[in-house]
Design a protein around this ligand. Structure first.
Ligand SMILES: Cc1cc2nc3c(=O)[nH]c(=O)nc-3n(C[C@H](O)[C@H](O)[C@H](O)COP(=O)(O)OP(=O)(O)OC[C@H]3O[C@@H](n4cnc5c(N)ncnc54)[C@H](O)[C@@H]3O)c2cc1C
Length: 487
C-alpha cells in the first residue's frame, strides 16, 4: 500500500509525519524547489523574515505547542498604543481619534453579533460597515473636513478586514480586477466571524521571534525523511479512472487497481491513495485538468464558490529607521498630490509596520487590488512608487528617507499558490452549502479513500491558518490509515 501526498506545505508535511509514524509507505510530491508552501521564511540578518505565515492563532494546537517548546514566542508584542494614523498628509488629532475608536469598537462587536444572525450572516462585511458608518456620520455633527477624515478612517477600518481575512473589501477593488476571474466576485461575508474559531473566547495571535516559522517548518520537516520528499515534482494529473467500484470485494479494489499520478516531466507513478494539499487558488485554476475523471460536481462547485484572497507583504529595507521608536504601525489614507479619482496602487498602500526585531525594516502589508498591481512592477519601479508614496503622504509628519532595497514574494503570481488564503465568500453564504466540508470530502470508491483533500481551506474552524492546514493533513492521513487497517 502506498500513498502520494501532493504538496510539502504544512498540510502535506503533517500528513507525511503521521504516515511515517504508522509505517505506511508514502511519497511527498512537491512542485516547487522548496518545502513549506505558504510558510516561506527567508534569511535576514540574525533571523528570518516571513513572506507568508507570521503569527500563530490559538493555543490549544500543535503549532502553538511547537512555538512554545522551541522558545519561539516573541518577548515584544505589537504596541496597540503605537498606532499613528495619517489622513491627507496630517496626523488625526486625539479628539477625533477617540470618537472614531469608540465607533470602531462598537462596530466590531456588532459585526460579530451580525455574523451569528442567520438573517444577516450572508451579507457583505464591507457593506455592513458602511451601513453602521452612515448612521454614525448622521448622528454626529462633524464639519466637512472632519467628515472627510472619518471617511478615510472608514477606508482604513475596512482595509483591516482585507488584510486579516484576505478578501477585497470594496467594489472598486474587484471591478478593477477583471483580468483575474478567480478574484472577481468573492467578497467577505459576515458568517466568517461566526464560523472561524481558534478555540479561545477572544482570538489571540501569538507573535513569534526572529526564528519564528523557520523553526516551526524545521520541526515539521524533521519528522519526514528527506528522501521521501521529491522536490520539483509538479503533479499535472491524478487518474483514478482505473478504480472500478466493486459490490462484493474490497480486497480486490485494494490490490487490483491504482491511482496514476502524472508529473509535468511525463513521469508517472501508481499509488493506492492520494492526499491533495494544493491551495484553493491552485484548485480553482487547475481542477478541470488535474483529475481524471473530473471531480464530483458538488465539490467542483464548492471550489469555485469559496473565496481565495491575495494578501502580501513587502519588506522595505532602510539604512536607518526614520520612524520614531514608539511607532508600531502607521496607517495612511488620502490622496495628497493626486489629481482625479482613478484608483491607483497607492490607494492600497495603507499599512506599514516596523519589524519587531529587524530594526531597519518596515513591512508594507498589502491587500485589495495592491498585490495584483505590484506583481506588474519590477523592484525598482515598486521602490519608486513606495518612496514617492511615503515621502508625499508623510512629509509633514516624518522625515522619510529612501528605501535601499525591497524583499517580496508575489503570492498571486506564485504558480502553486495563486493567492494567499481562503475565506467564506458571499457566494458560499448565498448558496447555503457547507463548502468547506464539500471541499474536504474524499473521493471514495467502495469506502476506499482514493483521493483525499487537505490544506487550510478544508479545516472547518481554522481555515486560513497553518494550524488548520496541519490539522487537516493529520486528519486525512488518519482517514487513509483507518481505512486500510479496517479491511
Ligand atoms: C502573506 C501571507 C500571510 C499569512 N499569514 C499567516 C499567519 O500569520 N498565520 C497563519 O497561521 N497563516 C498565515 N498564512 C496562511 C498560511 O501560510 C497557510 O494557511 C498555510 O501555510 C497553508 O498550508 P497548506 O499546506 O494548506 O498549503 P501550502 O502551504 O500552499 O502547501 C501546498 C503545497 O503544495 C504544492 N503544490 C501545489 N500544487 C501542486 C502540484 N500540482 N504538484 C506538486 N505540488 C503542488 C505547493 O507548492 C505547496 O508547497 C499566511 C499566508 C500568506 C500568503
Amino acid at each position: 500500500m502506498s500513498v502520494a501526498i501532493i504538496g510539502a506545505g504544512a498540510a502535506g508535511l503533517r500528513a507525511a509525519q503521521h504516515l511515517e509514524e504508522l509505517g505506511i509507505s508514502y511519497t511527498v510530491l512537491e512542485g516547487s524547489n522548496r518545502i513549506g508552501g505558504r510558510i516561506y521564511p527567508f534569511s535576514y540578518q540574525n533571523g528570518f523574515l516571513q513572506y507568508g505565515a507570521e503569527y500563530v492563532n490559538g493555543v490549544d494546537n500543535e503549532i502553538y505547542k511547537i512555538a512554545k517548546k522551541n522558545g519561539l514566542l516573541s518577548e515584544t508584542e505589537i504596541d496597540e498604543d503605537g498606532y499613528e494614523t495619517v489622513v491627507n498628509g496630517k496626523e488625526v488629532n486625539d479628539k477625533l481619534y477617540e470618537i472614531w475608536d469608540k465607533f470602531e469598537s462598537s462596530t466590531n462587536e456588532k459585526l460579530e453579533r451580525d455574523g451569528a444572525n442567520k438573517k444577516l450572516s450572508y451579507q457583505n462585511v464591507s457593506q455592513r460597515i458602511d451601513f453602521y458608518f452612515d448612521a454614525f456620520i448622521k448622528a454626529q455633527k462633524f464639519t466637512q473636513s472632519e467628515k472627510t477624515i472619518m471617511e478615510n478612517m472608514n477606508v482604513l477600518f475596512k482595509n483591516q478586514f482585507q488584510l486579516e481575512w484576505s478578501s477585497p473589501a470594496n467594489d472598486v477593488c474587484f471591478l478593477t480586477m477583471r483580468i483575474d476571474i478567480i478574484y472577481q466576485i468573492f467578497q467577505l461575508c459576515l458568517k466568517n466571524f461566526d464560523i472561524w474559531d481558534s478555540g479561545m473566547d477572544v482570538d489571540v495571535e501569538a507573535t513569534l521571534n526572529q526564528n519564528g516559522f523557520k523553526s516551526i517548518l524545521d520541526e515539521l520537516a524533521s519528522k519526514v525523511p528527506q528522501n521521501k520528499i521529491k522536490l520539483s515534482s509538479k503533479v499535472v494529473n491524478i487518474d483514478y479512472s482505473g478504480i472500478q467500484p466493486s459490490t462484493y470485494n474490497f480486497q480486490f479494489v485494494l490490490s487490483g487497481s491504482k491511482v496514476k499520478v502524472l508529473l509535468s516531466n511525463d513521469q508517472s507513478f501508481l499509488f493506492d491513495s492520494v492526499i491533495v494539499t494544493s491551495s484553493l487558488g491552485y484548485l480553482k485554476q487547475n481542477k478541470n485538468t488535474m483529475f481524471t475523471p473530473a471531480l464530483p460536481a458538488q465539490k467542483s462547485a464548492a471550489i469555485d464558490r469559496f473565496g481565495f484572497g491575495s494578501n502580501m507583504k513587502v519588506f522595505l529595507e532602510y539604512a536607518q529607521p526614520w520612524w520614531p521608536r514608539r511607532m508600531s504601525t502607521v496607517q495612511i489614507s488620502g490622496r495628497v498630490g493626486k489629481v482625479g479619482t482613478a484608483p491607483s496602487l497607492e490607494d492600497d498602500l495603507m499599512v506599514f509596520q516596523p519589524s519587531l526585531w529587524a530594526k531597519n525594516v518596515l513591512v508594507a502589508w498589502v491587500a485589495g487590488n495592491g498585490p495584483k498591481e505590484i506583481s506588474k512592477l519590477s523592484d525598482s519601479q515598486l521602490i519608486a512608487v513606495l518612496n514617492n508614496h511615503l515621502t508625499t503622504q508623510l512629509k509633514d509628519v516624518y522625515s522619510v528617507t529612501k528605501i535601499q532595497r525591497i524583499y517580496r514574494h508575489n503570492w498571486i503570481s506564485d504558480e502553486f499558490s495563486l493567492g494567499s488564503y481562503s475565506y467564506i465568500s458571499n457566494k458560499t453564504c448565498q448558496s447555503n452549502t457547507d463548502d468547506i466540508k464539500l471541499m474536504r470530502d474524499p473521493v471514495l470508491i467502495n469506502r476506499r479513500p482514493v483521493i483525499c483533500f487537505a490544506g487550510e481551506h478544508t479545516d472547518s474552524e481554522m481555515y486560513q491558518t497553518v494550524v488548520g492546514a496541519a490539522r487537516s493533513g493529520l486528519q486525512e492521513a488518519d482517514r487513509i490509515a483507518k481505512y486500510y487497517s479496517s479491511i
